[in-house]
Design a protein around this ligand. Structure first.
Ligand code: IYR
Length: 227
């Protein structure tokens, strides 16, 4: 016998309408704020209060998710010896990637970014936030069953996290060591949780640099079919 399904339960939407001119002004100000976001690999070791990291995680966790299962755990690390352990494991994997596994077409697009296996940011940044995606959930009867659209859900949550960090005047980097199974082991997460992103968070180093990139034009990224 299956578990009894919950009945729908609805409450009124909390929404207050904004005047059109104010809408445009808010839309413009968010755009200009987000346009200035950049990913840097150069972090200062200056301390960042735990409260700010907590708020970024709370904000990220407002993301919509498949069947509202919220299939994520954010593990925030400031412990230096743990960061060192993670850096060593990440660099070991990355060395193999850059020296042995990297396909030529991938090398072509990474070259302008100047990345290599050395991951100073993991120990430089005051906080490391690792996003784990839950591939399964535990039902109330104790059985494990799948989550739904967990990649999409966690991708959205990560986007909101990155926006929250930028909004508070800090920087982050969406680092994806590959493979990243070692993070589950080091951080002692359960089998059904898969590390998805490793995000150092902090102030940029005083001499922080970013690749000289431009973004695709609006025309390149959009198409309208108006009625
Ligand atoms: N995971 C490696 C390689 C890498 C891959 C992509 I796609 C990037 O945008 C940047 C790096 C690394 O972190 O160095």
């Amino acid at each position: 016998m299956g578990e009894a399904a919950g009945e729908p339960d609805f409450v009124p939407l909390d929404h207050s309408e904004i005047e059109q001119s104010e809408m445009l002004s808010r839309a413009n100000s968010l755009y200009s704020q987000m346009k200035s976001r950049r990913t840097t690999r150069h972090f200062s070791s200056r301390k960042v209060p735990k409260k700010l990291i907590e708020l970024a995680i709370k904000t990220a966790s407002t993301a919509p998710s498949g069947a509202h299962l919220q299939p994520w755990t954010f593990v925030a690390i400031s412990d230096y010896s743990l960061k060192t352990k993670i850096r060593q494991a990440a660099e070991e994997e990355e060395r193999r990637f850059y020296e042995e596994r990297i396909p030529e077409a991938w090398q072509e697009v990474l070259a302008p970014l100047g990345t290599d296996h050395v991951k100073d940011h993991i120990t430089d940044a005051p906080w490391l936030v690792v996003l784990f995606r839950h591939s399964q959930r535990r039902r109330s009867n104790g059985e494990m069953s799948p989550t739904y659209y967990s990649q999409e859900s966690c991708g959205i949550a990560a986007g909101i996290f990155i926006s929250a960090i930028h909004n508070m005047g800090l920087v982050t980097l969406t680092h994806t060591p590959s493979p990243m199974g070692f993070l589950r082991e080091i951080l002692e997460r359960p089998e059904h949780e898969n590390a998805m992103l490793l995000m150092p968070v902090g102030y940029p180093a005083e001499d922080a640099k970013v690749p000289n990139l431009t973004r695709k034009s609006f025309e390149e990224v959009s198409e309208f079919k108006e009625g």
